[in-house]
Write a protein that binds this ligand. Structure first.
Ligand SMILES: Cc1ncc(COP(=O)(O)O)c(C=O)c1O
Length: 384
């Protein structure tokens, strides 16, 4: 008997959620990529005021024109001439990803996707009848893909490549030379670039390197207010492109997904962008300190090797314990009161790693690292 669609049966819950669901309340949680700050107060007040002012209605599908214009202007250092027509507000980055896959992918097409990956990409490609072809981002290469590898994977059904820098889960970032090599690859094969840059404002060294402003008109950018303004629960993000034909299709698709995005909240975000524009920098400075702390601690542990990320809110160290895979290690850590994600939750290329989201206070990071150190010692039977 037919029960549910093949589509829904073909996707599984993510490994990140699986660990999270097993955890009790008293764990030190490095589990979710959710900033532990309140959004700017002024934004909360603007949101409340907007509701009182009657902004409790449908908006135009593409979103509040003033917010779209503000977003366009916020990218002027990267790209001249952007305006509200280049932006479609979505109900989160998550929503923006599905929109782009639905807009670009036909059944039988495939999309090149980084591995280790943000766990939604592959299933989203599948939901559109497409396939994910995973390209490796290796520890040895500081999690930046090699063009030779991309060349080996591409075929006549490849329609797009997804880039995610700064990366979840690896914290990998690009320099200009690396960006240009990845851009040239996409241009050479006439691929759409879906560039997920939700961590663009959480960068610790130099400027964020974007695929916007490269002059290639097949770039579609995904962004979100979840991380930069600590608004994960507000569910607002956007798609942006210089390609107005593409934007027309994206906006049409958005209508069929959500009709429009949250009305009053868009006023809250607009106020955040206008009046708390330094908030992301303050948050980023705190994340940098946490990053230094956690990397320092991890690199002092036996069998652990960790790059120092230049962005995002994660570390993705190699963690070796003889005879144990990453899920088994993560389960042992959980028993001892630390929640993290096994690298395998981000694809087979993540095996041998653990992901720690440093979205807790420096004090809790230190307490958590004490526990990790003790657990790893125990697992190696090295306890004195
Ligand atoms: C790389 C990446 N893209 C997109 C998202 C989605 O963010 P949101 O749906 O909260 O906007 C996340 C969230 O963790 C992420 O890490």
């Amino acid at each position: 008997m037919r029960t549910f669609s093949d589509r829904v049966l073909s996707i599984q819950p993510t490994g990140v959620r699986k660990m999270f669901d097993l955890a009790g309340d008293d764990v030190i949680s490095f589990g979710l990529g959710e900033p532990d700050f309140q959004p700017p107060n002024i934004a909360i007040e603007a949101f409340y005021q907007a509701m009182k002012d009657g902004h409790n209605k449908y908006t135009t599908t593409a979103g509040l024109p003033a917010l779209r214009q503000q977003i366009a202007e916020s990218w002027s250092a990267y790209q001249d001439g952007l305006n509200s027509d280049n932006v479609c507000i979505t109900m989160s980055g998550t929503n923006a990803i599905l929109n782009l896959f639905l807009t670009l992918v036909n059944p039988g097409d495939n999309v090149l996707i980084p591995e280790p990956y943000f766990p939604l990409y592959g299933p989203d490609a599948k939901l559109c009848g497409g396939d994910a072809k995973y390209y490796p981002c290796r520890f040895e290469d500081e999690f930046v893909p090699k063009v030779e590898k991309l060349e080996q994977l591409i075929d006549e059904n490849t329609v797009a490549i997804l880039y995610n820098f700064p990366s979840n889960p690896t914290g990998g970032t690009l320099n200009l030379e690396q960006r240009d090599a990845l851009l040239d690859f996409a241009k050479k094969h006439d691929l759409w670039i879906i560039t997920d840059e939700v961590y663009d404002r959480i960068v610790f060294e130099g400027e964020h390197v974007s695929f916007m402003g490269t002059g290639y008109d097949k770039v579609l950018l995904i962004n979100s207010f979840s991380k930069t303004f600590a608004m994960t629960g507000w569910r607002l993000g956007y798609v942006m492109s210089t390609n107005l034909d593409a934007m027309k299709q994206v906006i049409k698709m958005q209508y069929y997904m959500t009709a429009c995005s949250n009305d009053a909240m868009q006023y809250g975000v607009l106020t955040a962008m206008q009046e708390a524009s330094d908030f992301p920098d303050i948050v980023s400075a705190e994340f940098k300190q946490r990053c230094d702390l956690i990397v320092g601690r991890l690199n002092k542990m036996d069998g652990v090797e960790c790059h120092k990320p230049k962005g995002a809110i994660y570390v993705f160290p190699k963690v070796e314990v003889e005879g144990m895979n990453s899920e088994e290690i993560a389960l042992e850590l959980l028993k001892d009161g630390v929640l993290c994600s096994p690298g395998s939750a981000f694809g087979s290329a993540g095996e041998g790693h653990l992901r720690f989201a440093y979205t807790i206070s420096q004090k809790d990071i230190s307490r958590g690292m004490d526990k990790v150190e003790a657990t790893l010692k125990r697992l190696r039977n090295k306890e004195d």
